[in-house]
Design a protein around this ligand. Structure first.
Ligand SMILES: NC(=O)c1ccc[n+]([C@@H]2O[C@H](COP(=O)([O-])OP(=O)(O)OC[C@H]3O[C@@H](n4cnc5c(N)ncnc54)[C@H](OP(=O)(O)O)[C@@H]3O)[C@@H](O)[C@H]2O)c1
Length: 362
């Protein structure tokens, strides 16, 4: 039987369906019909966020299904930029109003730092601010507005801060996890603290669809790459949140009644080194962008070397295969970057990127 009908149990006893349906980048206009299709397909766990701008559509889709409210597990998130008690109180009330619900099943802090700081690798931890947001969440929990509380994109120190300052322990940490990017130490730590890991971007936002070595394993089991991705995470005890707008993919991604052998799990674990850097292109692109802005470069056109410009474009295109094809340009970029006046850390980032691209091609 597919894990779609199975549950994990959170530390506070709340049951959570083992596969969730992701809704990031689902515009408000199509959120209703997409969520309705997912529920008709059998999903009973929907993951949204205030920042996705689609809570109203998600709520409408759930109501249109006619399912009793208690049969659908709904998660939303407090925006990463909200870091005050009063701000959190306000957005929790707003999310419930947008969703048209008296409660959500799980409420998360979207990220420990505002997104611009996350992407720039900001060092300020925001411990006090996260504790203040957590207090507002605990009050919502006590008032019956949320059935479970958790965090997202939190590292060990961010979680420890909440464990020390909060009354209620986080029940979930939603983090990026997929084949090629399994944060083992963090996952082990969360497990030791009784915190369930939800795996976001289980197909690396679609980037694993083109991976030849993963395709070979999927073929062996007669399944698609996304199915293999979902099953891989389930076998690791994580809760995957695949997203799709296609009805046939919704059904396919939830067909998990096969078992990946321990040898193949080991092989998939080993893919890590080769692809982790390339599957993180958006973050690399954003980080570079903010580093460049910090030194007054607001537009890649301002980069004087043609090679560096091409490399920058390949990164922004967010497409590993485009990067492989542009390897020559990237090599040229490397020479250009070496000679340029870019700050040392930007040069290092670009050089590491080119090295990863070369390794991946080999
Ligand atoms: N907490 C956070 O900070 C955070 C960050 C990112 C994501 N998330 C959550 O995690 C969810 C999933 O992550 P994600 O949206 O990054 O993407 P994902 O689930 O890793 O991948 C989605 C992409 O894969 C494609 N796809 C899905 N199933 C497919 C299939 N069977 N065959 C071919 N293509 C398929 C989709 O295409 P189509 O849509 O065109 O069908 C879409 O382009 C999000 O929606 C969100 O709920 C949370």
């Amino acid at each position: 039987m597919s894990e779609l009908k199975e549950f994990y149990t959170l530390a506070n006893g709340v049951k959570i369906p083992k596969i969730g349906f992701g809704t990031w980048q689902l515009p408000e206009e199509i959120a209703e019909e997409t969520v309705l299709s997912a529920l008709k397909t059998g999903y009973r766990h929907i993951d949204t966020a205030a920042a996705y701008g689609n809570e109203r559509g998600v709520g409408r889709g759930i109501r249109a299904s006619g399912l009793p409210r208690e049969e659908v597990f709904v998660t939303t998130k407090i925006p990463a930029e909200i870091k005050t008690y009063a701000g959190a109180k306000e957005v929790i009330a707003k999310s419930l109003e947008n969703l048209g619900m008296g409660y959500v099943d799980l409420l998360l802090i979207h990220a420990p730092k505002p997104w611009d700081e996350m992407h720039a690798g900001g060092k300020e931890p925001h411990y006090e601010e996260n504790a203040a947001v957590w207090r507002a969440m605990e009050e919502a929990y006590d008032a019956g507005m949320v059935r479970a509380v958790g965090v997202s994109n939190f590292q060990k120190d961010d979680i420890e801060n909440i464990l020390v300052k909060g009354k209620i322990r986080p029940q979930v940490n939603q983090i990026k996890a997929h084949i090629g990017n399994y944060p083992e130490a963090l996952a082990d730590y969360c497990r030791s603290e009784g915190i369930l890991i939800e795996a976001y971007s289980p197909i690396a936002t679609g980037r694993l669809l083109r991976d030849g070595s993963i395709a070979a394993v999927a073929e062996k089991y007669g399944v698609s790459i996304p199915q293999l991705c979902v099953k891989y995470l389930l076998q690791k005890g994580l809760l995957p949140l695949p997203k799709t707008t296609h009805r046939e993919y919704m059904a396919q991604n939830a067909q998990t009644d096969f078992n990946i052998s321990s040898e193949d799990m080991a092989f998939l674990n080993g893919i890590k080194a080769a692809s982790s850097r390339l599957t993180d292109l958006p973050n690399i692109g954003k980080k570079l962008e903010s580093q460049l802005k910090a030194v007054g470069i607001h537009d890649f056109e301002q980069l004087s070397e043609t090679g560096a410009r091409k490399a920058w474009l390949a990164i922004l295109e967010n497409d590993p295969s485009a990067c492989y094809h542009r390897l020559a340009a990237l090599e040229g970029a490397l020479r250009g970057v070496e000679k340029s006046a870019l700050p040392a850390e930007v040069k290092e980032e670009l050089k590491a990127f080119v090295r990863a691209a070369k390794g991946q091609k080999a």
